[in-house]
Design a protein around this ligand. Structure first.
Ligand SMILES: Nc1ncnc2c1ncn2[C@@H]1O[C@H](COP(=O)(O)OP(=O)(O)OP(=O)(O)O)[C@@H](O)[C@H]1O
Ligand SMILES: [Mg+2]
Ligand SMILES: [Mg+2]
Length: 593
């Protein structure tokens, strides 16, 4: 059984995967740490000026072109580790899932777990890569306490997949300078093992959790084709969304399931293409010397670290210095990157093919099957939600928000509710009254539902502290409320009341409406005018403001008063507005902007 707090931090897919095993959020969860760090930083900043990451400094930055290439490490959504049958885990008690080979016991042999290939292939195909028929594992040697074998098994000489791309659109949050879209090449995707998790116990103790050792990862390496910090953050965000959509990696950055290294260089714009000091990278020429900032664990950290490093490099170059190829670090809330190790400290990884592991051979039929069965990607969702052909007609901003919420569950809920409302309207018959596709209520069903799912329901969930997983308003309950509203059988106020009632009233919506007598009995013209008159009489100054000064915006205030004073469920806002406008001589409801 999960507690509310636990459930809130676990996506549904992940819950599914860990069913039957106890999942516990202990104090070492990266997300918690992240929140604690942020809170600490806020306390430090309290009263003091916020340490700001220096932003572009006008003309100085305009002379320099920034270039960024990103390495994303994503934990694959598998039940077993890469080379052992030990279970992958998310916050199980430390060191409870460790096979001998994971702990590098002498003589223990790695056995490639074939199932781990499937999510890796899904990711590679979703990112437009060519999957190699044959790939191989190599040893990358370095010594660090989180790496028990003294080397990491990765794919260096023959990676799983190559030559993909990701397209980032303006709605993904790229920098305005990038226009409507940018395409970023993906050099390669390789499979590799994760390291142990270090749990710091200050001042001097490091505890190691080997549960993470050999959790299957993919490393996604982009080409150096990103030129703005916001676009880099958008790129990582979109990679996360794509991996999530195809179930390849379901734990996002906030849960430590995705980490990014960013490589940053700058080049003076006067310097001719092809004459950069940094080595050419995979056919991209004219680059400045790069530095690498390792292990970033939030989108904001990606953006801020790049800005800070860009500014540092420009300062060094403008002061006549040179940029050293080095590895740097970034702490949450800091203002600058810090050097971790320079060129002289760079490790010679002594890559060599792993003699214990055979090649991975992937058949074309498997690739074709995965390609055919891939679920829709975030861009497909976006197109469907914003187009009028599929009836949803959502504004790009609302579509994006729905897609990004609750691990994709909110957008599914939204679509099902909209489909049901539309069906309810199109099947409705009452004497001669029926609805066609072109009727206003049907056309607006998608937008209206979007508004209710995001704002009305979203607002109630937020104020009551209810996580999405415990949303008490089922799809058909909301669809029923919105169908009654569209049919004008209840008012907007009644619809809101019904929605909040559903938080603890098990009765079906039609039953609540019938038993609580909530059906709209529209007021007659005479009753409406009488009510409007009553409101106007006590508020001469407001009447003057509209009539004489033309402050049409105040019409809404009159409508609000009428709804409040009228018998609950009897005043239709739209009708009330029509009457107020007529009486005050300020045009039709249709004139509203
Ligand atoms: N001059 C440059 N400016 C900005 N980015 C660069 C530049 N040169 C290379 N890059 C980026 O650096 C990254 C290099 O990643 P890659 O995994 O190939 O090597 P690495 O960083 O040397 O190895 P490791 O995996 O051990 O960190 C790529 O994302 C690439 O686009
Ligand atoms: Mg790399
Ligand atoms: Mg790197």
């Amino acid at each position: 059984m999960f507690t509310t707090v636990q459930a809130r931090f676990l996506c549904r897919k992940c819950l599914r995967q860990t069913t039957g095993r106890r999942v516990q959020l202990i104090s070492t969860v990266p997300f918690r740490k992240h929140l604690k760090d942020e809170a600490k930083q806020r306390r430090i900043n309290n009263g003091k000026a916020k340490p700001k990451v220096p932003t572009a400094r006008g003309s100085a930055n305009e002379n320099w072109e920034l270039t960024v290439g990103i390495e994303v490490h994503a934990q694959l959504n598998t039940t077993h580790k890469l080379f052992s049958e030990a279970a992958t885990s998310f916050n199980d008690p430390p060191n409870s899932h460790v096979a001998l080979v994971d702990a590098a016991f002498p003589g223990a042999q790695p056995i490639f777990q074939k199932e781990t290939l499937i999510p890796a292939l899904r990711a590679a195909i979703a990112l437009g890569c060519n999957v190699h028929r044959k790939s191989e594992f190599d040893r990358k040697h370095y010594f660090y306490w989180d790496q028990p074998a003294g080397y990491q098994i990765t794919q260096y000489y023959h990676p799983l997949a190559k030559d993909g791309f990701i397209t980032l659109y303006d709605y993904d949050g790229i920098a305005p300078e990038d226009g409507k879209e940018v395409r970023v090449g993906i050099k390669q995707i390789q499979m590799e093992q994760d390291t142990a998790k270090t749990l710091h116990q200050l001042p001097s103790t490091h505890l190691l959790d080997f549960n993470r050792v050999s959790h299957p990862l993919i490393e996604i390496i982009t080409l150096p084709q990103i030129h703005h910090p916001a676009t880099a953050a958008a790129c990582v965000r979109k990679i996360q969304a794509i991996l999530n959509a195809v179930d390849a990696a379901v734990l996002g950055m906030e849960l430590g399931g995705l980490r990014a290294d960013v490589n940053v260089s700058v080049r003076h714009r006067n310097q001719p293409e092809g004459q950069g000091v940094g080595a050419e990278y995979s056919g991209v020429k004219g680059l400045g010397q790069r530095t690498e900032i390792k292990n970033l664990s939030s989108f904001k950290a990606v953006e801020d670290a790049i800005k800070a490093e860009r500014n540092r490099q420009i300062d060094v170059l403008e002061a006549g210095g040179i940029i050293e190829g080095e590895t740097r670090g970034w702490n949450l809330g800091s203002t600058g990157t810090r050097k971790l190790r320079g060129k002289e400290g760079e490790v010679d990884y002594r890559y060599m093919p792993d003699p214990d592991l055979g090649p991975v051979i992937v058949g074309k039929d498997l690739v074709d099957y995965i390609r055919r069965s891939l679920p829709p990607l975030p861009d497909d969702h976006f197109k469907v939600l914003t187009s009028s052909d599929r009836h949803y007609n959502l504004a790009p901003k609302d579509a994006k928000t729905l897609i990004n919420l609750d691990d994709g569950d909110r957008v599914e809920y939204y679509k099902n509710v909209t489909d049901e409302v539309r069906k309810g309207l199109l099947n409705y018959r009452d004497g001669s009254r029926s609805y066609a596709e072109s009727d206003e209520a049907v056309v607006k069903a998608g937008k209206m539902t979007g508004n209710w799912v995001l704002h009305e329901l979203g607002g109630l969930l937020a104020t009551s502290g209810t996580p999405w997983e415990e949303n008490p308003v089922g799809e058909s309950a909301l669809a029923s409320i919105l169908t009654f509203l569209s049919l004008k059988k209840i008012t907007g106020t009644t619809a809101k009341t019904l929605l909040s009632l559903k938080f603890d009233d098990p009765r079906p919506i039609p039953q609540i409406i019938a038993e609580d007598d909530l059906t709209l009995r529209p007021m007659s013209e005479e009753e409406l005018r009488g009510l409007a008159n009553e409101v106007m009489r006590g508020n001469e100054r407001m009447v003057k403001a509209v009539k004489e000064k033309g402050e049409v915006g105040k019409v809404g205030w009159f409508v609000g008063q009428m709804v409040r004073r009228g018998v609950e469920g009897r005043v239709e806002a739209r009708e009330a507005e029509r009457v107020v406008r007529e009486m005050l001589g300020v045009g039709d409801v249709g004139d509203r902007k």
